[in-house]
Structures are given as structure tokens and as C-alpha cells.
Design a protein around this ligand. Structure first.
Ligand SMILES: [Fe+2]
Ligand SMILES: [Fe+2]
Length: 393
């Protein structure tokens, strides 16, 4: 039995709608028709575990009847493939059998490149905009006040930042990276070059930690305690070595006294940045300990809002799609921030280090201008979810 000659159509699901469903934690049954290797590398993740079955496309069409029998007939099915074609075909086959099936518009590639933009703060004194790439768990921010803007940890697709600035009718004045990233390609140097504005990073991160080669990008080096003004917001640089030697946190204070700490890969909402991606995990762990337990508390209060550069799980954020919590809440819910002696902390860290993706060494080279990838290489380097946090932490 085949259904290939029937004229059945299947609806497509745009990635924006998929994200809305994931945030609402709607039950989803995903039929992923990518090959087993790609399926294993990464996929769509929800606030809680999704029901996912992998039936590779070529296996599926080789035995259509048997494959269709493995798909629950009483569920709404979302079929996903690499780029769309195969999943559309399979969704139509399922529809032809009376199974409610849609396919993901643009395939997993579109999901991987999807950006979600929403306000964290919107007051007369200014806005903080969260610009997220949910499939990767990457977060970046734009602070807007009195017609000017600063960007923190911009991601590779810089057009989104230019659009936000254009729609708000503001001028981007500074680009800040919290550190030289290992898991994704920064949009910082490209944005700075495009706009003719300074790109800031701590000088300790401008040397590749493995190659020991200096950066070839144009950057302005930051100093601990350095201050800036962005409209009505003040900004203080808080050096936070540990994840990298030059990791900094950016402490923004609004005129009403509310404060916002952009932590990069310092502390996350339910974990913190691993100290081993420079190849010296054991050596850097005591520095991370000092940063977390001695340096950071000097600069913030329980009311300071924490805005990290990553999440590991979608449920770290609210169903409003925002990944921000007051430090007081983070302290309570984040196992990594529980009081420990240095010895306890060291064994905790070294016992929870996830796999070190080999491409992370190359991504750091890209981020300091030592190598320049083409689009295909850049997208391959950034495939899948970030692994910047400690595992199970
Ligand atoms: Fe990082
Ligand atoms: Fe990261």
C-alpha cells in the first residue's frame, strides 16, 4: 500500500509557533526523520521531556506501511527533517492515512537559526531586550536608554540587533562580550566593524588559551571596575575569572536603583560556567570559587536580576520566555551556589565536567580572528546545544 499518488496536503508549523508550544509545555509527539547520526547530535527539546521517535526517511519510505504503523494514530504528529522536504512528504503520507500530521517549516535548520526577541524590562528610563537563540540555549541582550543602546554577548546573526535598534530608533554605541565564547561564534567584532563602534572584551581573553596566540580582532580591553554610561543606565565591569581568565560580568543600574547583572558564562540560573574549556580546569577552579563566593557578593544584592548568556534546559526560564531571576532566588535554586569549602567545590566541579566538544577550541580561534570560517563551516561549528554549564549541576 502506498499513498504517494494521493493529493493530500499537510499543514506546516512555523518555528515561532513551535517555540510558543514548547514554552506552554504543550504535549508534542515528534517524528524525526533525519538519519540516526544527525538525530543523536541534537534535536528539539521542551520544558519537559518530549515524545520523540526517530524513523529515518529512507527507512520510512522503504517500508511505508510498517513505518506508519509505528506512528500513534490518535496523536497530533510533528514531523521534522533537516530542511523540510522529507518531513513534508512523510506528513502528507500520514495525513493520507487519517493521522493528524504537520511538518516543521524549514526543518531543524530553521529551528537552529531561530531567534526570539522579547523585553525583559520596559520602563520610561529604558529597555532591556533579550535576544535568544532557543535551540542553542544562547541568550544575548540589548540595553536601550535615551536614544542609545549597548549590546551584551551578541550572537552570530547580527541583523537581529540592527533591526531591534532600527525599530527602537536608537544608535548602538558599544558592543560588550562577557568573554571569548567557546560554544558559539560571537557577533561582536562583526557588529562593531559594521557600525564603527568599539568592541569590548577583557584582555586576558584576547589570547587563545590553548594555542597561546594573540587575537587578530580589533578590540578595546576592559579593566575591572571600569564604568560606562548608556543613557540613564550606569554600567560597571566586574571581573569574574574562572570560566575564562578574562570573563567579566556587566552590572547595569537603572536610575530607580534596580540592578541587572549580565553574567555571561559566570553563574547561570541553575548552574555555572565550567572552568575547563581553556584546558586548565583544575588550575582555574580556585579562581572560579573566588569569583563566585568572594568577588560576586561584594557587587550585588538578592534583588539584583541575573541575566545569563545560556540556559541548559528550557524550564530554567518562565513560560514568558524570559531567562531572568533575582539573585536571591538563584542562590536558593542553584545547587552550584550552595556554600562549599574550596575542597568540596573543587571535587563538585571536577566531578561534573561534561564532554569537551573538540570544536570549542576552533570556535575560540574564530572569535579572536585567528581563523575565518565560511557560512557552512560556521553553521557546522555551532550545531546543537551549548555545553557551557556543569552537567547535572
Ligand atoms: Fe563560555
Ligand atoms: Fe557559552
Amino acid at each position: 500500500m502506498t499513498t504517494t499518488d494521493t493529493q493530500v496536503t499537510a499543514p506546516s508549523l512555523p518555528v515561532t509557533d513551535l517555540y510558543a508550544k514548547l514554552l506552554r509545555n504543550e504535549p508534542l509527539f515528534i517524528l524525526d526523520v533525519r538519519n540516526a547520526e544527525d538525530f543523536k547530535r541534537w534535536g528539539v527539546e521542551g520544558r519537559s521531556a518530549l515524545e520523540v521517535v526517530n524513523l529515518p526517511y529512507y527507512d520510512f519510505i522503504e517500508d511505508e506501511e510498517g513505518s506508519i504503523a509505528r506512528v500513534p494514530a490518535d496523536r497530533d504528529i510533528l514531523v521534522i527533517c533537516a530542511k523540510e522536504g522529507a518531513s513534508q512528504y512523510v506528513a502528507e503520507l500520514l495525513q493520507g492515512q487519517g493521522i493528524q500530521a504537520a511538518y516543521l517549516e524549514g526543518g531543524i535548520a530553521s529551528w537552529g537559526n531561530f531567534y526570539d526577541i522579547r523585553d525583559v524590562v520596559n520602563k520610561p528610563s529604558g529597555r532591556i531586550v533579550q535576544i535568544a537563540r532557543p535551540a542553542r540555549g544562547d541568550l544575548s541582550f540589548m540595553v536601550i536608554s535615551d536614544g542609545v543602546a549597548a549590546i551584551v554577548d551578541p550572537l552570530r546573526h547580527i541583523e537581529y540587533y540592527l533591526t531591534v535598534a532600527q525599530e527602537a530608533n536608537v544608535t548602538i554605541k558599544e558592543i560588550f562580550d562577557t568573554h571569548i565564547h567557546a560554544d558559539h561564534i560571537s557577533g561582536g567584532p562583526a557588529l562593531a566593524q559594521r557600525l564603527g563602534v568599539p568592541y569590548y572584551v577583557h584582555a586576558y581573553d584576547a589570547i587563545h588559551p590553548i594555542d597561546m596566540l594573540p587575537a587578530k580582532i580589533d578590540y578595546h580591553h576592559l579593566v575591572d571596575g571600569q564604568t560606562f554610561t548608556i543613557g540613564q543606565f550606569s554600567l560597571k565591569v566586574v571581573w569574574f575569572p574562572g570560566h575564562t581568565l578574562g570573563q567579566v560580568n556587566y552590572l547595569f543600574t537603572a536610575p530607580d536603583g534596580d540592578s541587572y547583572l549580565f553574567t555571561g558564562d559566570g553563574i547561570f540560573l541553575s548552574s555555572f560556567g565550567r572552568p575547563d574549556l581553556g584546558g586548565k580546569g583544575e588550575t582555574w577552579t580556585p579562581m572560579l570559587y573566588q569569583s563566585m563566593f568572594e568577588r560576586l557578593p561584594q557587587h550585588i544584592t538578592d534583588d539584583t536580576m541575573i541575566l545569563p548568556a545560556h540556559f541548559s534546559h528550557l524550564d530554567e526560564g518562565g513560560d514568558n520566555g524570559l531567562f531572568v531571576e533575582p539573585f536571591g532566588t538563584v542562590r536558593q535554586q542553584n545547587d552550584g551556589l550552595k556554600p562549599r569549602t574550596l575542597e568540596e567545590f573543587t571535587s563538585y566541579v571536577l566531578g561534573h565536567l561534561p564532554v569537551f566538544p573538540p570544536e570549542y577550541v576552533e570556535i575560540k580561534r574564530v572569535n579572536i580572528g585567528l581563523t575565518i570560517p565560511n557560512e557552512e563551516q560556521a553553521s557546522e561549528l555551532e550545531l546543537g546545544k551549548n555545553i557551557c554549564a556543569l552537567s547535572n549541576a
